[in-house]
Design a protein around this ligand. Structure first.
Ligand SMILES: NC(=O)c1ccc[n+]([C@@H]2O[C@H](COP(=O)([O-])OP(=O)(O)OC[C@H]3O[C@@H](n4cnc5c(N)ncnc54)[C@H](O)[C@@H]3O)[C@@H](O)[C@H]2O)c1
Length: 319
């Protein structure tokens, strides 16, 4: 895909999603800057392209560093955040500061610097316990954790900046993203790394609840593609779109399919459900198709196989 912009900033570019996006931008010849305070990310993820990017180590809450980061860029991909639902229950003030106020600061710095376009990593957690399935963007958000509230507030600010300042903004509501280089030990506790890493090692994974809760797992390449398409779409006005595969997979399915791929029979261990976790999550992606031409290309089973192959050769396998 050839891109209609030359320079970009990725906030949280040393994170799981941010570093994949940064690599994709560099591969397409975009002059790319990253701001990341490394509170959750790893600089090593950008080592192979270190000479091709500008890396600012610092927080989006640091206005001096942020204004340096946004200067002269065509597009901001705002990925930087803290992203653990259970931790947000314990640290709601910090989550609000980084995820909500941090997003406002990014928008305000963008406005002052004359940046025209901001693409935001929003979260399907905004739907919360909204019972209707599949989740459609016109349903009323019903967040059930401080993390989900803070991410949702970010969307509202994106929309307000589009209305007030004519900034071209869009919120991509990611549904359970997974892929290589997602840290199995991270606080975020993403299901695929946490569960499948154990199955690969022959250890029983812990499933919270009865394992019948469902998610719409979205392989990282689809998410990168959605970001590039969003940034290439003209006339954005603060819209919200789901980014997912429109596929419903239970946590028990993950165990079954991983065992099938590996030819193993590792049994899970069941523990009580976690506070703030939603029961079912599954997306309607027709708005993303209509607005930015997004269509998922890698579906769950293929992504799972790719993740397992990456994991088997990764540093994490040794630990
Ligand atoms: N992974 C998912 O399934 C998923 C789902 C929905 C939404 N999201 C959103 O996508 C984004 C990226 O998620 P991820 O899975 O890559 O998480 P991640 O933790 O791997 O990456 C987040 C990055 O942001 C950085 N960061 C945190 N606070 C910062 C600050 N104050 N200043 C600068 N950098 C900061 C971290 O160091 C890290 O590198 C987040 O905004 C998250 O809310 C992720």
């Amino acid at each position: 895909m050839s891109l209609p912009f030359k320079t970009a900033l990725v906030t949280g570019g040393a994170g799981f999603i941010g570093h994949h996006l940064t690599h994709a931008l560099v591969a397409r010849g975009v002059k790319t800057r990253v701001i990341d305070d490394l509170s959750r990310g790893l600089a090593a993820r950008l080592k192979d392209i270190a000479s091709q990017i500008e890396f600012i180590e610092g927080s989006i809450l640091d206005e001096a560093k942020l204004s340096r980061a946004v200067a002269g860029v065509d597009v901001i991909f705002h990925q930087g955040a803290w992203a653990s639902v259970p931790q947000s229950v314990e640290m709601p003030i910090e989550y609000h500061e980084i995820d909500a106020t941090g997003t406002l600061k990014v928008l305000e710095a963008a406005r002052k610097a004359g940046v025209r376009k901001v693409v935001y990593a929003a979260s399907s957690s905004a739907y919360g316990e909204q019972p209707e399935l599949p989740k459609r963007e016109d349903q009323l958000p019903s967040p059930i954790s401080p993390y989900a509230v803070a991410k949702y507030v970010g969307e509202l600010y994106l929309s307000v900046y589009a209305q007030l300042h004519g900034m071209e903004t869009i919120s991509l509501r990611y549904f359970n993203v997974f892929g290589p280089h997602q840290d199995p030990k991270s606080l975020y506790g993403a299901a695929i790394p946490a569960i499948v890493s154990r199955i690969v090692k022959g250890i029983s994974p812990t499933l919270y609840g009865d394992g019948e809760q469902t998610r719409d797992f979205c392989y990282i390449d689809n998410v990168v593609d959605a970001n590039l398409r969003a940034a290439s779409t003209a006339g954005l006005k603060g819209q919200v779109i789901n980014v997912a595969c429109a596929q419903r997979t239970s946590v028990n399915d993950i165990v079954r399919l991983a065992n099938a791929y590996l030819g193993t029979n590792v049994k899970p261990t069941y523990a009580p459900p976690r506070v703030g976790d939603v029961r079912d999550s599954f997306a309607d992606i027709s708005r993303a198709k209509a607005l930015i031409g997004y269509e998922p290309k890698i579906f769950f089973e293929e992504g799972l196989g790719r993740w397992i192959e990456w994991y088997k050769t990764s540093e994490y396998m040794k630990g």
